[in-house]
Design a protein around this ligand. Structure first.
Ligand SMILES: Nc1ncnc2c1ncn2[C@@H]1O[C@H](COP(=O)(O)OP(=O)(O)OP(=O)(O)O)[C@@H](O)[C@H]1O
Ligand SMILES: [Mg+2]
Length: 337
């Protein structure tokens, strides 16, 4: 039994055999701080965010695609794996993704958390490579291709060829950082304190990286920062564009840095084929258009951008035997642990 696992900062996706996305849930866990009892996970825990008593903690145990709280990541992996592994007779092999720039210690921590479930083998694949593979790009040919995966905790931009990554850059500034900027902006400019879920909702509904003639509005609800009482304000999309502009610029710089370091031959291939955008944040309004304007290269967005990475991990499960047979981890696609 082989499992594809995308342990994301905001969402965990898991696929098994040929079934559809077996699990697609927020990477959240709620537990009782007094006795460490797990109270909820996934969507149920996400709905508890900011609404619990002081005894209950609701946490995202992954930050920037790496483990921030190892015990809780193990719990989360175990809960999700138990949901899909109906039989424990056969120990599964797992293909999991990792951000591009990650230390050996961070990799080992991810492998350790997955292994705590009792698996036969863990294989790691970089998120950008999995995303490219998942969208059907031919990453094994001697042809340069480029993917930008925009998530909640990381932005991964990578140029690949012959199954390997030639140039890449990862930054730990993405969707979550935008939510934080929205919270700060609304407090500073409207005197209103709002929660993370409200900020994220506002970004997803009206947020845009470019201003347009139709300035949509969104009603944000929170607490007046001076009086402490409930209050709501109408926020305009153009305000959100300003609030998140530093993050938007960091994303553009990451992409242009990678292009600047790309060898000319591969750059030619990328100019011909365009760049593929994946990840939940690629759905942010204006993102595709802005990146196209800034790079001068056609940008395609994957049909189902949130699913690309797990789809790639799943496709890679077909090559597990090949990777296992290769000595000294020479397999360009994934690393065996
Ligand atoms: N329609 C939308 N508009 C804007 N942003 C969106 C939309 N849908 C999802 N997002 C954002 O995408 C991010 C989640 O994307 P994704 O599920 O790819 O992240 P992840 O894989 O969990 O994170 P990472 O890869 O960084 O570890 C969140 O910041 C979310 O707010
Ligand atoms: Mg991701």
């Amino acid at each position: 039994m082989d499992i594809a696992l995308d342990l994301g900062t905001a969402n965990t996706r898991l696929r098994i055999n040929n079934s559809e996305n077996a699990i697609d849930e927020p990477s959240v866990i709620a537990y009782n701080k007094d006795n460490n009892e797990i109270l909820a996970f996934g969507q149920d825990a996400y709905e508890m965010l900011g609404k619990t008593s002081s005894k209950i903690d609701v946490v995202f145990p992954l930050e920037g695609g790496v483990i921030a709280s190892s015990g809780l990541v193990e719990e989360l992996v175990n809960i999700f794996m138990c949901e899909v592994c109906t039989s424990r007779v056969v120990m599964p092999r797992v293909v999991a993704c990792i951000p591009g720039e990650i230390t050996e210690v961070e990799k080992r921590a991810i492998v350790g958390a997955i292994s705590s479930f009792g698996v036969r083998r863990v294989l790691l694949i970089e998120s950008a490579k999995a995303a490219a593979f998942g969208t059907g790009m031919d990453i094994m040919s001697p042809h340069g291709c480029m993917v930008i995966d925009l998530g909640a905790g990381t932005v991964d931009a990578a140029v690949m060829s012959l199954g390997g990554i030639s140039v890449s850059k990862t930054i730990k500034i993405a969707g979550n950082a935008m939510d934080e900027e929205i919270i700060k902006y609304i407090r500073r400019n409207h005197g209103l304190i709002i929660g993370k879920a409200m900020a994220r909702n506002c970004k997803e509904v009206i947020g845009s990286v470019i201003k347009s003639d139709i300035d949509l509005t969104f009603r944000v609800k929170g607490r007046d920062s001076l009086r402490g009482l409930p209050r709501a304000v109408e926020v305009r999309a153009s305000e959100i564009t300003d609030a998140i502009s530093d993050i938007t610029n960091a994303i553009i710089n990451t992409v242009t840095d990678v292009l600047e370091d790309t060898p000319p031959e591969m750059l030619g291939d990328i100019q011909t084929d365009g760049i593929m955008l994946t990840g939940g944040l690629s759905k942010l309004k204006g993102m595709r258009e802005l990146l196209e304007k800034e790079t001068g290269i056609t940008i395609h967005r994957a049909d189902d951008p949130s699913d690309s990475v797990v789809a790639g991990c799943f496709k890679a499960t077909a090559f597990i035997e090949e990777a296992e047979a290769q000595r000294a981890n020479l397999n360009p696609l994934m690393t065996v642990y």
